[in-house]
Ligand binder design. Structure first.
Ligand SMILES: C[S@@+](CC[C@H](N)C(=O)[O-])C[C@H]1O[C@@H](n2cnc3c(N)ncnc32)[C@H](O)[C@@H]1O
Length: 292
């Protein structure tokens, strides 16, 4: 197959090649390959037990560990992946946090959606570059961060939240990881009072009683739009599914949960690890279509 044919066959690859990157996009991509700078948050990894330390690089800062002391100035200016030695000669590796690592280390004032579920949400709710997503509530901002990645600079995320202090927490977390994304709009608003926006591509609710707003969700989603509810108990899920079925504007209703089981691979000890996160939340999906 010729190169031209291959490019047009993979429509998305073609788009990426032809679309001129904005200065901001180029700067962001370059920044990720630049040496670690003062003000950045980094992961210091002890390779012996893979224990992670997460902290902000300061001009005159240092980190004290039982394996010795490391000055921040020994890290600033080095590319990620570099090996650093503590004052006791112990080895550590430095990395920029991935989205997964950042979410697990960031400060939280609420329960968050864990990366194992965020990964599924992005694909099952079909979060695509350029789409407009409404979420409630913002909590500590874990889902918001994943959604902003998914919608990209041309998409939009609108977040409703009833508690001002959680908005402040989420803003701080999002600011640390992404700066102040211009395509995120946070509203101090109770979603049970209604959804103001119309023609939304996706709506994701991580609130206790989403069944109370099924009618608003149906009115605010565009035809073909996708709704996703995230709930900790199956009793809540039952109330939500009953309301979605009763509404008649939803199809493809499905419920699932995710269980990730890590494996230990060492010599003859090739087996699942002994502990796992057994339960986080249930995902309920539905798609809006015309009434049959
Ligand atoms: C479990 S937390 C959300 C966590 C968030 N998805 C994350 O990943 O960090 C639930 C949030 O919903 C907010 N909330 C509850 N009821 C709400 C409502 N009626 N309207 C808007 N936000 C609401 C709570 O204040 C809380 O911040």
């Amino acid at each position: 197959m010729s190169k031209t044919k291959l490019l047009s066959f993979h429509g998305i690859a073609k788009m990426t090649i032809e679309k001129k990157k904005s200065d901001k996009e180029i700067m962001q991509a370059v920044a990720m390959t630049q040496p670690i700078a003062e003000g950045e948050y980094i992961i210091l990894l002890d390779p012996a037990d893979e224990k992670e330390f997460f902290f902000k690089m300061r001009k005159k800062g240092h980190i004290n560990l039982h394996k010795g002391k490391i000055l921040h100035e020994e890290i600033v200016g080095k590319p990620e992946g570099t090996l650093i030695r503590s004052s006791k000669g112990e080895p550590f590796l430095i990395f920029r946090p991935t989205l997964y690592q950042f979410i697990m280390h960031m400060k939280r004032d609420t329960q968050i959606i864990y990366p194992k579920d965020l990964a599924l949400i992005l694909v099952y709710a079909d979060i695509y570059p350029g789409c407009t997503v409404l979420e409630a509530g913002i909590g500590s901002g874990a889902l918001t961060l994943a959604l902003l990645r998914g919608v990209g600079p041309e998409g939009r995320v609108i977040s409703y939240e009833v508690r001002e202090e959680f908005i402040q927490r989420a803003k701080k977390n999002i600011g640390v990881f992404l700066g102040g994304p211009p395509n995120l709009e946070i509203k101090l608003h109770d979603v049970y009072e209604g959804i103001q926006e119309k023609c939304l591509d996706r709506i994701i609710l991580d609130i206790p009683e989403p069944w109370r707003v099924v009618n608003d969700v149906a009115q605010s989603l565009r035809l073909g739009g996708i709704f996703l509810g995230y709930l900790p108990t199956i009793i809540q899920v039952k109330s939500l599914v009953d309301a979605l079925r009763e509404d008649k504007r939803f199809i493809y209703i499905q419920v699932f949960e995710s269980l990730i089981r890590n494996w230990n691979i060492e010599g003859l000890s090739v087996r699942p690890v002994h502990r796992m996160v057994a339960h986080t939340g249930f995902i309920t999906l539905a798609r809006k279509g015309e009434i049959i």
